[in-house]
Ligand binder design. Structure first.
Ligand code: ATP
Ligand SMILES: Cc1cn([C@H]2C[C@H](O)[C@@H](COP(=O)(O)O)O2)c(=O)[nH]c1=O
Length: 210
């Protein structure tokens, strides 16, 4: 792939505030006249949105952990090919809500499949494409889940319904990744108020856009 634009991802446990902050950042960058593409995983294009509805359907309680990991990787592949790579190649800034680190934290660490195993199936899906910057919105499961149940209009999905220990493992997995990949993953304390989180995230993104 000829790289011209930027590929930036945001990550974090449930209710970390990724969507809220991403919406504001995208608006801010568009106001500055930049070519910005906001997207999400799993989803962002029709085929991946269809896979998303299978994965997150609360009735699919029989789903095996490896099946889950493979479905996320399949959605990722299609989304990269149809949307992310073309946008980066034309020079856009692509801001994506979740990417491979979600699979490593949720399926690799919290489900117990192993981060290395999950990384290897994802290598096949991505050809090794990685973001230039990843913002990890760190929040405790208590705070994140309370935000979802208290304020958010979004439907509670199959993964939200996992127990507290699962969500604790997700956070632990993310923090392990952040330690491992200090050059790419920047941790933001997402328990601070929205304005503070927005300013901190924007500053970090501005650094890679310079
Ligand atoms: N810093 C913050 N402080 C308090 N509430 C916040 C903050 N950021 C977002 N919220 C609120 O928390 C809720 C969840 O936010 P949001 O949907 O942006 O999280 P998310 O990380 O995208 O969640 P998920 O990935 O689980 O869907 C929303 O009601 C939002 O208004
Ligand atoms: C990409 C990806 C996501 N997940 C989980 C994380 C969330 O529970 C849902 C997505 O819902 P959101 O409202 O868009 O955050 O899917 C995962 O387990 N593995 C992944 O690779």
């Amino acid at each position: 792939m000829k790289v011209k634009g930027k590929f930036i991802t945001v990550e974090g446990p449930e209710g970390a505030g990724k969507t809220t902050i991403l919406n504001r950042i995208v608006q801010e960058l568009k106001n500055r006249g930049m070519d910005v593409v906001q997207t999400r995983e799993p989803g962002g294009i029709a085929i991946a949105e269809q896979i998303r509805s299978v994965i997150l359907n609360k009735e699919n309680t029989a789903m095996d952990a490896r099946t889950e990991a493979l479905l996320y990787a399949a959605a990722r592949r299609q989304h990269l090919i149809e949307k992310v790579i073309p946008a980066v190649e034309r020079g856009a800034v692509v801001l994506c809500d979740r990417f491979i680190d979600s699979s490593l934290a949720y399926q690799g660490h919290a489900r117990g499949l192993g981060m290395d195993e999950v990384a290897s199936i994802n290598d096949f899906a991505t050809n090794g494409m990685m973001p230039e910057l990843t913002l990890l919105f760190d929040v405790s499961p208590e705070v994140g889940l309370a935000r979802i149940y208290r304020h958010n209009g979004r439907e509670v999905n199959r993964l939200d319904l996992e127990g507290l220990s699962f969500h604790e493992k997700v956070r632990e997995g993310y923090l392990l990744l952040a330690k491992r990949e200090k050059g790419r993953i920047e941790v933001v304390n997402a328990e601070k108020n929205e304005e503070t989180v927005f300013q901190e995230a924007l500053e970090k993104i501005e650094k890679v856009l310079r």
